[in-house]
Structures are given as structure tokens and as C-alpha cells.
Design a protein around this ligand. Structure first.
Ligand code: NCD
Length: 367
């Protein structure tokens, strides 16, 4: 069987996502230890802090009947001695049957996939994407609202640096949701992503710069995110926007009566604790869905569950000797054992094949 990875939400068709949801529903709420993956080992390679993503991956593999080996702290691994991601992956692929990776650098998951013989799942690569969070976010909307098409979702918060919203906006667009972006000035959804949503899915995100916007009254779902402090190059810029929004009971009085509140968590100070007892606060239910959804995904990638329309991603990357990505947050800017590769999308712009950033200037020594 051809190996499958999940690097971007684009790696799964809508049919595959719907089929995964059916499998996830069959696992939902189980407290039993199944024997479906009794011969499988998951390794979690986490180079950034995590509670939910890593632990729900691990719980999911244990519930499937498999085993887990974990690198939860890069300071306690050979990364602290300077080992590259590519080398680490070349080692752990022989220890495990599936790898879940989180890394602070954009494009890290693609690098891991290129060096791995076993499936790689992106658990968040810098500010770029977080596709498994999107699967559970879409699943939660589907469970809570009965559908995704036609649902109006407000993405609130740091839409510039938040990887969850970068994947979720694409998923929502593909399933026909309406998307309203509510972000403080300077933290809007990146222009390149907005252009892609519009060109490929005909989605034009409506925009507001505060929760006081009348658009709030039209939303079925408020997807709140924290300001991603760790991604700000300038601490003064973070100080300017910190505490600039907070969703509270009062905010909900201006929303539809049945509007639900989601959050990928952790929350810092953008979601009032007083909301927790309100049935519309769906964020703890959302986090719990992380287990059945990740069970379904790993069972699918390991060929242990019948999921429709799973297809290996067509990798259109070309080796490009001398190319250096101009995105300072790209994995290739930190690790030099990764062969330079480029790719293009439908818009024809030249992109780094790992972080997929459009290249402003192409450095090509000798050209
Ligand atoms: C998110 C992440 O790591 O991107 N958390 C998560 O995976 N549930 C959101 C965040 O850290 O703000």
C-alpha cells in the first residue's frame, strides 16, 4: 500500500473527511481498549509545548490497542545536542509505525514526511497548519450543528499567527460554510491565504476588527483563539494587541441564542471562565472529540479502517539546486541537510516545497 501522510488539510478530500467522521463516531465515547492496532506503535515527536494534541494522539493509539513512544521535550532528546529533524526521523521511522510531529518551524512536517517510510501526521508546524485540529473542529461543528454547509463561523483572534485557523478556514470553505474574520488590526488572516480561499473556493471572508461588530449577531459558531505570543518577532507588538478582545457572557448576549463557542485551547485571557457552565460553551466537548477523531485518522493511515477516498498526495516538488527559501520561519532556514525544493500551485507563483511560502526573490547562485 502507498504510504499516506497528513501534512495539510488539503491532503484529505471532503469524501475522506466525511468517511473519517463516520469511523470517529463509531469510536466516540469508548472507554474500551480495542485490538485494532495491536501491532502498531505511534511515536509523538513534539518540539513545542502541547497538552491536548500530544496526549489525545497517545490516548487514541492506546485505545486502538497500540503502543506509544514519546519525545515530549526536545531538551531531553538528541535535538538538544544538535541533531537535525531529518536525522531524528530517519531513526524513529524504524522504531514506530506512525509519527505525529509538532515543530516550531513552518514546513517541518513535510521534511519529516520526505525522510520517513511510515506515515507522518502534522500536529502543528509553526504558524502554518494544524490539520488534525481542523478535523476535530469540523467534527464538533458537525455534531453540534448537524451540518457544516451554510453555517456561519466567526474566526476570532490572532488569525495571522494561528495555525488552527489557517487549516480551519480552508476546511470551512470546502464544506460551504460562511466565514467571518474578527481580528485586531495587524492580526488578520494572511493575504495569501485569503487569496487562495477566494480563488479556489469562492470564499470571501467578511472582516471586522472587534467583537462589537454587528456581524457577531449572524454567527452560529464563535471560534475563539488566543494571541500567539510565541510567534511575535517584536514584543512591543504583542503588548499592543494583548487583552484586545475577550469573549464573555456579555458577548453572547449579542450573538444568536443558539450560537456555540469553540476554542482549540489553551485559553489565556480571551475566553471568560464564567462561560464554562453555559451549554453553548462547547470547547471541552470539542477537546474530547480529539481522541475519536485521531483514532479514526491513525486507523485509516495504517490501513486498519475502511475510509473512503484516501489518496496519497501528489508531490509536485522539484529539486532546485541553489534555491534558498526567503521565509525566515521555514525549516530549511534552520536545518541545512534538507535538499532545496520548489513547487507551484494553480496561481503559478514559485513556492518553497516545504513551507509553501510564495518567494518574493529567488536566490540562485550562479544564475
Ligand atoms: C493550538 C496550537 O497548538 O496551535 N492548540 C492545540 O493544538 N489545541 C492552539 C494554541 O496553541 O493557541
Amino acid at each position: 500500500m502507498t504510504r499516506l501522510d497528513l501534512i495539510s488539510i488539503r491532503d484529505l478530500s471532503n469524501t475522506a473527511i466525511e468517511s473519517l467522521f463516520e469511523v470517529a463516531s463509531s469510536f466516540n465515547g469508548t472507554r474500551k481498549r480495542l485490538s485494532l492496532a495491536k501491532d502498531a506503535i505511534l511515536t509523538t515527536l513534539f518540539y513545542e509545548p502541547s497538552t491536548r494534541t500530544r496526549m489525545s494522539f497517545e490516548a487514541a493509539m492506546l485505545r486502538l490497542g497500540g503502543q506509544v513512544i514519546s519525545m515530549a521535550d526536545p531538551a531531553a532528546s538528541s535535538a538538544a545536542k544538535g541533531e537535525t529533524l531529518a536525522d531524528t526521523v530517519r531513526i524513529v521511522e524504524s522504531y514506530a509505525d506512525v509519527i505525529a510531529l509538532r515543530h516550531p518551524r513552518e514546513g517541518a512536517a513535510q521534511v519529516a514526511a520526505n525522510f520517513s517510510a511510515v506515515p507522518v501526521i502534522n500536529g502543528g508546524d509553526g504558524a502554518r497548519e494544524h490539520p488534525t485540529q481542523t478535523l476535530l473542529d469540523l467534527y464538533t461543528i458537525f455534531r453540534e450543528k448537524g451540518r457544516i454547509a451554510g453555517v456561519t463561523v466567526a474566526l476570532c483572534g490572532d488569525l495571522k499567527h494561528g495555525r488552527t485557523v489557517h487549516s480551519l478556514a480552508q476546511g470551512l470553505a470546502r464544506f460551504g460554510a460562511r466565514v467571518v474574520c474578527i481580528a485586531p488590526t495587524g492580526l488578520e488572516l494572511p493575504a495569501g491565504l485569503r487569496a487562495m480561499l477566494s480563488a479556489q473556493h469562492g470564499l470571501h471572508c467578511e472582516h471586522a476588527d472587534s467583537l462589537a461588530s454587528p456581524l457577531l449577531a449572524e454567527c452560529d459558531v464563535l471560534y475563539v483563539t488566543r494571541i500567539q505570543k510565541e510567534r511575535f518577532a517584536d514584543p512591543l507588538e504583542f503588548d499592543r494587541v494583548r487583552s484586545s478582545y475577550m469573549v464573555s457572557r456579555d458577548t453572547l448576549t449579542r450573538a444568536r441564542e443558539d450560537a456555540i463557542v469553540l476554542h482549540p485551547l489553551p485559553r489565556v485571557d480571551e475566553l471568560d471562565f464564567s462561560l464554562d457552565g453555559d451549554p453553548r460553551a462547547a470547547y471541552f466537548r470539542q477537546a474530547a472529540y480529539g481522541v475519536p477523531v485521531r483514532m479514526a485518522l491513525m486507523a485509516a493511515l495504517l490501513g486498519l479502517a475502511p475510509v473512503a477516498d484516501l489518496r496519497p498526495t501528489v508531490n509536485a516538488a522539484s529539486p532546485t539546486p541553489g534555491f534558498q527559501c526567503d521565509n525566515p520561519r521555514c525549516i530549511t532556514r534552520a536545518e541545512h541537510d534538507v535538499p532545496p525544493m520548489t513547487t507551484t500551485f494553480a496561481d503559478g507563483a514559485l513556492r518553497c516545497a516545504y513551507c509553501e511560502a510564495v518567494q518574493e526573490e529567488v536566490a540562485c547562485p550562479g544564475c
